[in-house]
Ligand binder design. Sequence first.
Ligand code: NAD
Length: 367
Amino acid sequence: MSCLRAVRGLALAGGFQSLALLSRRVSFSPRQVASDASFHSVSFSESDHPRVLITGGLGQLGVGLTKLLRKQFGKYNVILSDIRKPPAHVYQSGPFIYSDILDYKNLREIVVNNRISWLIHYSALLSADGEAKVSLARDVNITGLHNVLDVAVEHGLRLFIPSSIGAFGPMSPRNPTPDLCIQRPQTIYGVSKVHAELMGEYYHHRYGLDFRCLRYPGIISADCQPGGGTTDYAVQIFHDAVKTGSCVCNLRPDTRLPMMFIDDCLRATLEVLEAPAEALSMRTYNISAVSFTPEELVQEIRRHLPDLQVTYETDPVRQAIADSWPMVFDDSNAHSDWGWKHNYSLPELVQTMLNLTGSNSRMLQAN
Ligand SMILES: NC(=O)c1ccc[n+]([C@@H]2O[C@H](COP(=O)([O-])OP(=O)(O)OC[C@H]3O[C@@H](n4cnc5c(N)ncnc54)[C@H](O)[C@@H]3O)[C@@H](O)[C@H]2O)c1
C-alpha cells in the first residue's frame, strides 16, 4: 500500500486532524517520494521527450491526441491505453496497453515499468451515459480519478485531466461563463468534473502536483463516434447528412452550446501541457471556439447540402442537461496566459466535417 493511500485510509478512519498529525510525524511529502524515486523515473534532463500514458484512449478524443503527441514526441514515447480491445489500425499504429483506472496496482505498474512522466487522463463516463449509469460513473469518474491522482503524485508526473462545460450548472452565469464563478452542476458527470478540478488544484497546492486542466466545450470530430455526451447531436448530424440526407436532433433547435473542432481541442491540450509553469496563473482554464444552436448548424450545413431534412425529437434528459450548461464560454485567461486561440469557426468547421465524413463514407462504400 502506498504512503499516500495509507495516509488516506487513516485520515478516513480518524478525520482530518489525524491526517495532519500523521503527515507531520512521518514528514510525508509526495514530492519527496517523487524525487527519491527519480532513479526509476524519467526526467527531462535525461530525455528530450516526455513519456506519455493516455488512459481511456480509445474514445472520441484519445486516438487523435495519441497521433498528435506521437508526431511531437516519437511513436514509442506515447502509450495508448483503455479497457477495450483496440481496432487493428490503432493496435498496429504504436504502443497500446490494457489499463483499468479502477485497478491502482495495474496503473502503478504501467507507470513504473514504462517510466511514464506525463499522464493524460481521458477515461470517463460522459454526461448522458453517466445519468443512465450513475453508480458506474461515480466509480470511474471519482474513484478512478483518485487512483490517477495518487499515482501522479507518487511518481512526480505531469497530470492532464480534461474538465467540461458540464462542470457548470443552472446557477452559473451562462453567457458568457467565466473561469471562476459558482459551479453547481446537476449531473454526476458535472459533479465528478468539479471534483477533479478541485482535487487536482488541491494536490497542486498541497503536494506540488503539476496538474493541468482544460474545460473542453462539446467536441466535434469525424473519425470516432461520440461517447454518450449531450453535444453528440453535433457530430451525428454530419454522418446522417452525408449518408442519408436526413437526421433527427435530440435537442431543441434554439439550444446554444459552446463547441469546438477536434483539431483545436487537441492542439490546446498539447499547448497547455507544454506551457512553462510560470505562464499558468491558474490550473483549470476554459477554452472556447464557437457557440451555436442546432438550427444555426443546420443552416450552415444546408449551404452545402440544401436538401438536408431535420426533425427535432427532444430527449428530456439531454435537453435538461443542455439547458443547465454554459451557452458561451469565456476563455480570456487561456488567451492571455498561454496564447490560446481557436482556428475553426462555424463555416470552416462545417466544411471540414463534410469533407471528412464524406470521404470516410466513400471509403467505407469502396471497401
Ligand atoms: N468528447 C467531448 O465532447 C468532451 C467534452 C468535454 C470533456 N471531455 C472529456 O474528455 C475525455 C475524453 O472524452 P471522450 O469523448 O474521448 O470520451 P469517450 O466516452 O469517447 O471515451 C472514454 C473512454 O474511457 C474508457 N473507460 C471507461 N471506463 C474505464 C476504466 N475503468 N479504465 C480505463 N478506461 C475506461 C472507455 O472505454 C472509453 O474508451 C473525458 O474525460 C471527457 O469527460 C470530452
